[in-house]
Design a protein around this ligand. Structure first.
Ligand SMILES: NC(=O)c1ccc[n+]([C@@H]2O[C@H](COP(=O)([O-])OP(=O)(O)OC[C@H]3O[C@@H](n4cnc5c(N)ncnc54)[C@H](OP(=O)(O)O)[C@@H]3O)[C@@H](O)[C@H]2O)c1
Length: 324
């Protein structure tokens, strides 16, 4: 087992390969999760304004910086929320994130979704007339938001990137500005390998961070950690199913950000094991004819009435992503 591998990013920096996810970590849970993680060697933390727990993460950071780790030895990612896509909102929200975290810069700042909500009515502005729907702002384009990200001072963000972007979204912002995102954080696990997107990002030197690497269970399907094929490989390698799934992402060159609030899992998820080709193929096979994307905004409740990924289930969406 090995700890603490790092991967190169365009622009000359590095990212620790395994990070701690913090989505759905409840208040009081996330502070201790982050503290446990850092005390056990995690250097990479994945955060977002919309997780509504950054102030607690900040409290944990106070406990570990500088006594356990120096700020410059951590890699902290956060994300611009949909209701701050309007160019005048971008730096304001970044400042709010930095304030919540009690730090003066992020290592990586991502556009969380290629989707804008109107500003000024909270994180999930309700649709004016349709119940159980979130309001979509059709004004700012991805290019406009990306331009505002590019303008952010280096003193506050070391690198900028995106999340949940497909190839046309990436092409759109790159062609318009000439600035290639350093990273694209996407849902990636054996049921959603996204080979075309991964290939495109490789060519453009865009780092992939895999979210939901354990294939979380939003739609009531069996958890990937419970699949017999995953358990078999785990048994063979003397590892946990979660370690096998993290290793699958590592084999593909991603950074991987499993979330847990349980001490034993936080610690074991971080212990990297290596898959051989045979094990990698056995795990990849789980996804054959079993394409599953868990995280689709059009299926949320309340719904975001927009086609983000061109999945069949999104075909009746009213809005399309506004690239230009
Ligand atoms: N950019 C985006 O739009 C986006 C979207 C989703 C997620 N993310 C990021 O990616 C992170 C990870 O994704 P995720 O939270 O969706 O899913 P995940 O990390 O794949 O799975 C988390 C779930 O697995 C459980 N778990 C953790 N370790 C385990 C283990 N060793 N054995 C069995 N179960 C285990 C966790 O429960 P316990 O906590 O109880 O252990 C939790 O229920 C998020 O926290 C967030 O930071 C980003």
């Amino acid at each position: 087992m090995s700890f603490g591998k790092v991967l190169s990013l365009s622009g000359g920096t590095t990212i620790p390969q395994i990070g701690l996810g913090t989505w759905l970590s409840k208040p009081k849970e996330v502070e201790s999760a982050v503290e446990i993680a850092v005390r056990n060697g995690y250097k990479h933390l994945d955060l977002a304004m919309v997780y509504q727990n950054q102030d607690e993460v900040g409290a944990a950071l106070k406990k570990v910086i500088p006594s356990v780790v120096k700020r410059e030895d951590l890699f902290i990612t956060s994300k611009l929320w949909n209701s701050a896509h309007q160019p005048q909102e971008v730096e304001k929200e970044l400042d709010e994130t930095l304030k919540q975290l009690g730090i003066d810069y992020l290592d990586l700042y991502l556009i969380h979704w290629p989707i804008a909500f109107p500003p000024g009515s909270g994180l999930f502005p309700p649709h004016a007339t349709k119940e159980k729907e979130i309001a979509i702002d059709t004004v700012p384009s991805l290019v406009e938001t990306w331009k505002a990200m590019i303008q952010l001072p280096k003193s506050k963000v070391r690198a900028i990137g995106v999340s949940n972007f497909s190839i046309p979204h990436l092409e759109g912002i790159i062609n318009a500005t000439g600035v290639v995102p350093v990273a694209n954080q996407i849902e990636a696990h054996p049921l959603l390998p996204q080979d075309d997107l991964v290939e495109y990002c490789k060519k453009k030197n865009i780092h992939i961070t895999a979210y939901s690497p354990l294939g979380n269970n939003l739609i009531g399907k069996p958890k990937l950690t419970d699949y017999p094929e995953v358990q078999e490989v785990a048994k063979k390698l003397g590892a946990t199913p979660a370690q096998v799934l993290v290793a699958w992402g590592v084999y593909r060159g991603y950074s991987v950000i499993p979330k847990s609030v349980q001490e034993e899992r936080i610690i074991s998820n971080f212990k990297q094991i290596a898959l051989g080709e045979e094990e990698y193929k056995a795990i990849t096979k789980v996804g054959e004819n079993n394409h599953t994307r868990f995280n689709i905004p059009f299926t949320y409740d309340p719904k975001w009435d927009i086609n983000t990924f061109n999945e069949p289930v999104e075909k009746d969406a009213t809005h399309q992503v506004k690239i230009q």
